[in-house]
Design a protein around this ligand. Sequence first.
Ligand code: FAD
Length: 453
Amino acid sequence: MEHLERDVVVIGAGPSGLTAAYELNKAGKSVAVLEARDRVGGRTWTDVMDGATIEIGGQWISPDQSGLYSLIEELGIETFERYKVGKSVYLNEQGEAVIYSGEDFPVAQNTVAQMNKLIGLMNDLAAQMNPDKPWEHPQAEELDKISFHHFLRQNSNDELACNNVGLFIAGGMLTKPAHTFSALQAVLMASSAGSFDNLVDEDFILDRRIVGTMQGVSKTVAERLGEGIVFLDNPVLKLEWFDGGVVAHGQSVTVSAKKVVVAIPPNLYSRISYVPALPRKQHVTHQHQSMGLVIKVHAVYDTPFWREEGLSGTCFGPDALVQELYDNTYIGESTGTLVGFISDAKADAMWELDDEARRAAILKGIAAYLGEKALDPKVFYLSDFAAEEWTRGAYATSYDLGGLHRFGPAQNQNIGPIYFSSSDLAGEGFQHVDGAVRMGRRSAARIIAELDG
Ligand code: FAD
C-alpha cells in the first residue's frame, strides 16, 4: 500500500473531480485523485467501433455552458456543430412518421397553442429561480409538492400537449417518469439551462460537440496534471475525517490530506464508509437523490442515408420506444451514425429482453422514423451505465417528490474537511458536464480560500 501526503485528495476522476484537481494544482496545492475505474472521464466515455467514434456518455455542449467552454478554450480544445441540415420527423399517436420543419411539432393547432402556453408558464417560473438556490423560489414548497405530471394537467386539459411538454424534462432530461419528480425539479432543469425555451430547442441544447470527444476533455486535464497525481483502479471505500483533515483509503493508495473533494455521483455517497459517520442531515439527504435510467442507442451505417432524403436525422416520438433520434456522425467520418434514447420504464422493458429481441425491437423503433434502411446497421451498441458499478444509472441524479426544497439546502455544505462536487449538485449546468466543471471550480475556490485564509 502506497501512502501519500497531499494538501487535497479528490475522490473521482470525472469532469468535476479533475477540474477541482486542475484548479488546485494551478494554485500551487498538492493533489492526488483516486479513481475507481481504470479510466478517467466518469459519465463521459468514448470508443471507436468499426472505425466510427461512439460517444457512450455525455457529449453535447450548448451556447450557455460557459463553464465548460472556458475550460476547453484554456485546454486548446475545439468544438464542431451537430448535423442539423434538413427536415425532422415526428411519430404521431397513430405511429405515422410525419416530416416537418420549424420549431413546432406537426400536431393540431390547439395542441400547439396548449404546448406554447405550458412552455410559457415554465419560462415564467424558471425566470423567478436562482438555479443555485431553487429552494428559495417564491413557490418552492407548492411546486415541490406536486408531480410534474399532475402540474402539467392542472394547467392544460390537452393530454397530448402535456405529454409532449412532459417528455422534454421527463424522458429527455431527468430520465424518470414525470409522476416521480416535482414541478420544482422540472423548473430547476429549465432554469439551469437559462429557460424552458432553451431546453425544448434541440438546436440550442444539443448545439455542438467536442473535437477529440467529451471524454477527451478529462483525458487532457489528466495529462496536464501530469504523473503521480491520478491513481486509477482505486475505489475509495473508507474515508476517515477529523478537524485537521482526512485519510482516504483507496485500493492501493492511501492519502492523508487537509481537505477532500468527494466528486462522485450523489447516489454513490453511501458506497463510502465515513469514519466517524456523517451528520444525520447528510444521511437522510443522500437517500433522496437517485439516478434516472436511459439507454443511449448507437447505430452506424455505411452512409448517412437519411441526409440524401433531405432529413436531418432529428426525430421525436413522445409515445415511441425510441423517443428521440439524432444524426451523431463524428466530424470527418464518411459513415453515418444515429443516436437514439429510450427512457425510464421503456428502458426497463428493453433490459428484460434477450439480446436478439432487444436489438430487433430497437431497430424497428428507429425504422419507424427513417424507414427500412435503418434495420441493418454495421455497428449497434447500447450504453449501459446502469450496469456500471461506479455510476448505476443515467444521465444523472435528481430528488424524489418533495426532496428538492426539503433537502437541497444541505447538499452543497461542506462537512468539516469534506466538500461534495458533482454536476448533479450544480445550479447552472445541472446534470451536465458544464455543471460538473462549475462545481469542480467552486469546490477548489472554497478550499483554496480556506487553506490560504
Ligand atoms: P461522473 O462523470 O459520474 O464522475 C464521477 C467519477 O467518480 C467516475 O469516474 C467514477 O468512476 C468515480 N467514482 C465513483 N465512486 C467512486 C469511489 N468510491 N472511489 C473513487 N472513484 C469513484 N452531459 C452533457 O453535458 N451533455 C450530454 O450530452 C450528456 N449526455 C449524457 C449521456 C449519458 C449516457 C450519460 C450517462 C451522461 C450524460 N451527460 C451529459 C451527463 C454528464 O456526463 C455528467 O453530468 C458528468 O459526467 C458528471 O461529471 P461528474 O464528474 O460530476 O461525475
